[in-house]
Design a protein around this ligand. Structure first.
Ligand SMILES: Cc1cc2nc3c(=O)[nH]c(=O)nc-3n(C[C@H](O)[C@H](O)[C@H](O)COP(=O)(O)OP(=O)(O)OC[C@H]3O[C@@H](n4cnc5c(N)ncnc54)[C@H](O)[C@@H]3O)c2cc1C
Length: 304
């Protein structure tokens, strides 16, 4: 980006733009070099204006939720990282007729779950302990305990790369599959309507704490990670295959394959993105050699 583009972006983005922003702070793995710019969108109108400009100037961008399923490379990113804040990170509307909630896509899942508990609305408790946003969960079709968010989504409000609003609902065909929601490249999810069911506050609260306890027992939460690194292959578990290949505890630089859960790579303090990428490659090679299975990453890699 040149100086003219930076000045125009500051004006269009109402000053919610920072340049040369270190991304390690914005991902749960705590690695990654700087983004050329970080834009915190506080309203759909402002986001649309910025997207129109980015498109007209051919400036690349990526959308980030809480960065809990992302690895950003050590050299960082060209262009802009977009995050959703302000009115795009709140519950907007509770509708009693069909028991649905319209939420900003930047809303943290734990805040959403607390809201659901207080409002005696059940159905999303399986998302407990997933440290993402509503938008990131929809983009990834996040799931746990045999459930996925895609089955709870009624409407998705997006803005496309030209700044045009787009709405999808069941009538217009959702394309959710395992850890994926198919959407047009460059689309930003801004709002999501979710289906819920009435339940007592106590029942919702109990389910949330039960699920959190199970997660605490089975997942290594003492070091930064991005959760499961690989998708589970059909009828098997990536963690089991990694364990079978003898890779638990394998270290490269500051990154290690967890002893507790083979599908987690942890940043033990000084990891670089390079260390994590090398461990990913090693796990893919060894598991292929030992079992013939090709592991496909669940985490998404951004950067130069
Ligand atoms: C400790 C731990 C436990 C986890 N447990 C689980 C689990 O049980 N189940 C599970 O499914 N995942 C799990 N995850 C992974 C991760 O939390 C989920 O995938 C989560 O949904 C990602 O949300 P996010 O907001 O952090 O998205 P990010 O990681 O920031 O982004 C993920 C992808 O979504 C896109 N995206 C994000 N927001 C938007 C938006 N508004 N519009 C368009 N695209 C967007 C990004 O561009 C990127 O491609 C875990 C992660 C950790 C660290």
């Amino acid at each position: 980006m040149d100086t003219r583009q930076k000045e125009e972006l500051l004006r269009l983005g109402e000053k919610n733009i920072r340049f040369q922003c270190p991304m390690a702070e914005y991902t749960t793995l705590k690695v990654g070099g700087p983004a050329e710019a970080l834009y915190e969108a506080k309203s759909t109108q402002n986001l649309r204006r910025v997207l129109v400009y980015l498109h007209s100037e051919n400036i690349p961008y990526v959308v980030l939720g809480r960065g809990s399923n992302i690895l950003i490379t050590d050299n960082g990113l060209d262009g802009i990282v977009i995050r959703l804040c302000g009115s795009l990170s709140r519950v907007e509307e509770k509708r009693a007729d069909d028991m649905s909630l319209l939420t900003g896509a930047g809303l943290h899942l734990m805040k959403l779950l607390n809201y659901c508990r207080r409002s005696a609305l059940g159905g999303l408790e399986f998302l407990s302990g997933i440290p993402g946003t509503v938008g990131g969960a929809v983009a990834m079709n996040a799931g746990a305990f045999g459930e996925e968010i895609g089955t709870k989504v009624k409407e998705i409000h997006m803005v496309d790369e030209r700044g045009k609003p787009v709405m999808r609902n069941h009538g217009k065909g959702f394309a959710f599959s395992y850890r994926q929601f198919e959407m047009e490249r460059g689309s930003v999810i801004v709002r999501v309507r979710l289906s819920l069911t009435p339940q007592s506050e106590g029942a919702v609260g109990k389910k949330i704490s039960d699920y959190l306890s199970i997660k605490k027992e089975s997942q290594p939460l003492e070091y930064p990670s991005a959760g499961s690194v690989f998708k589970n292959p059909p009828n098997d578990y990536a963690g089991r295959l990694i364990e079978k290949a003898g890779l638990k505890g394998t270290k490269i630089g500051g990154a290690v394959i967890s002893e507790k859960h083979g599908n987690y790579i942890l940043n033990t303090g000084r990891a670089r993105a390079r260390d994590i990428l090398d461990l990913i490659r090693l796990a893919q090679e060894k598991v292929k050699e030992e079992t013939g299975v090709e592991l496909e990453p669940e985490i998404r890699v951004f950067g130069k």
